[in-house]
Design a protein around this ligand. Sequence first.
Ligand SMILES: Nc1nc2c(ncn2[C@@H]2O[C@H](COP(=O)(O)OP(=O)(O)OP(=O)(O)O)[C@@H](O)[C@H]2O)c(=O)[nH]1
Ligand SMILES: [Mg+2]
Length: 359
Amino acid sequence: MRLGIIGLPNCGKTTLFNALTGSSLPTSAVSSGQFEINTAVVSVPDERVDKLGVMYETKKKTYATITYVDIGGLDKGIGQGGLSGQFRNALQQVDGFVHVIRAFRSDTVPHPYVTIDPQRDLEIIDSEFLLIDILAVEARLDRLNHDIRVKGKRVDQNLLDEQPILERVKAQLDASKPLRDLEFTPEELKMIGGFGFLTLKPVLMVINLGDEVSEGDREVKYSYSHARHIALQAALEAELAQLSAEDAEMFMEEYGVSELSASKVIKLSYELLGIHSFLTAGDKECRAWSIPKGANAWEAAGAIHTDIQNGFIRAEVIPYDIMAEAGSEKAVKALGKMRLESKDYVVQNGDILVFRHSG
Ligand SMILES: Nc1nc2c(ncn2[C@@H]2O[C@H](COP(=O)(O)OP(=O)(O)OP(=O)(O)O)[C@@H](O)[C@H]2O)c(=O)[nH]1
Ligand SMILES: [Mg+2]
């Protein structure tokens, strides 16, 4: 899964990218304003994998991953024609956005619109995305209506099915509302999925607070249709990401923080994507596997290997909480709390699975 880090020039996108991925890309007070992308894969912190690792004395721990793409170059007016094919692809190919909004003041880092105004900045990018989607749906509808007219009675049923959905899409966008607020059936989503509408993608809003922060600053006061948000100090987080594990721990102890904001952002990003994890545990490897919420045991088997999926017999299931409470697989089994499930069992977040298969 890929998440695009977006925001106005100089809001701290690359700084946040460094904080999340441990990279040390250069950041600058002078924004080029040009399209530019940086990509890195990060592990999603998961205490369950860590605890299972201890329980099984495992050799290897593998976490779920997210790919972050730092996308530079967004600004007012980009929807009106400044969007290159490459830029459009970068935006369309992500599964969601981390939208960075500048709240920090600085004499050395100019703001493209001079004043610090998070609500305004948020709306600038939101309106550009709305406009990009409106232009896309209008182009598609024009073509569709033309085809329907030209082909008359020989018109493809698919086109006729698509028309009312696109009309609904257009009405929503014309009302300045994002598509993620509309309800779509899975079939409808499949139909419009190919258009890469930007306002359909989920968004996590990250408020970059800057250096001098009072507790009140952390409470987000900006209105936004999409409620997921977190406030943090990107520059500080980027510095912390460069520390060794011991030094970071010392810092956290000294300041009484139990978790770095960067790690919270990674977890929130993961939740944003409509996926969750099942776990596998053993002395060779303890691992978290990503599957869409609602996926069944057969699909989970396929996430590991098609041979396991094809030869699927049963899944042994131990929910993580039961394992943690009992302390070992043996203890869970002795309590009779391991279940056997068939292909259509809907896998729950944190299920520890063993697949019995003939593959
Ligand atoms: N004081 C302060 N400066 C910050 C903070 N976050 C970022 N900056 C500075 O702001 C400038 C821009 O940060 P970047 O991370 O490069 O911003 P960006 O959004 O990637 O900018 P472009 O890619 O040019 O659009 C750099 O000089 C950063 O050091 C912060 O929390 N406090
Ligand atoms: Mg940048």
